[in-house]
Design a protein around this ligand. Structure first.
Ligand SMILES: [Fe+2]
Length: 137
């Protein structure tokens, strides 16, 4: 489970959202450091809660920005966000129930989610938002 490194190619062209994505990446890396070091279960739960809370805020920020420009894929994007949060909650419950097989699966899910969501879905709004509101870029 190598830590995820930020790359310039992950930039959606909007500073605020790049910074938020970097912070999510940091939270994911911290979470897996704790899992790797087999820290007490409560820390893992706490880190997952931090990740969920911050990610929800970030998603709300993204959705608000998309609403402002009447982004046509907003509803679809919102549904993806909701689905991701629900999946993380399911993983959290499994971990709380002591399912140890979940760790690498969870890591792969988060890694895959973060990278594919940013690179595919977020890039689409990045292009629209940075054109509609150049002051954001
Ligand atoms: Fe998004």
């Amino acid at each position: 489970m190598a830590l995820i490194k930020w790359r310039e190619s992950y930039s959606v062209g909007i500073d605020q959202f790049d910074e938020e994505h970097k912070f999510i990446l940091k939270l994911i890396n911290e979470l897996f450091q704790i899992v790797k070091e087999k820290d007490v279960a409560i820390s893992v739960t706490y880190e997952i809660e931090q990740l969920i809370d911050y990610t929800k805020k970030h998603f709300t920020n993204e959705e608000r920005a998309m609403e402002e420009v009447g982004y046509e894929l907003l509803e679809k994007h919102k549904a993806t966000h909701e689905e991701l949060v629900q999946k993380v909650i399911v993983f959290k419950k499994r971990i709380e129930n002591g399912d140890e097989s979940v760790n690498s699966e969870f890591y792969l899910f988060l890694r895959e989610w973060l990278l594919s969501h940013i690179l595919e879905e977020d890039m689409k709004y990045g292009a629209v938002l940075s054109n509609s509101a150049p002051e954001r870029a």
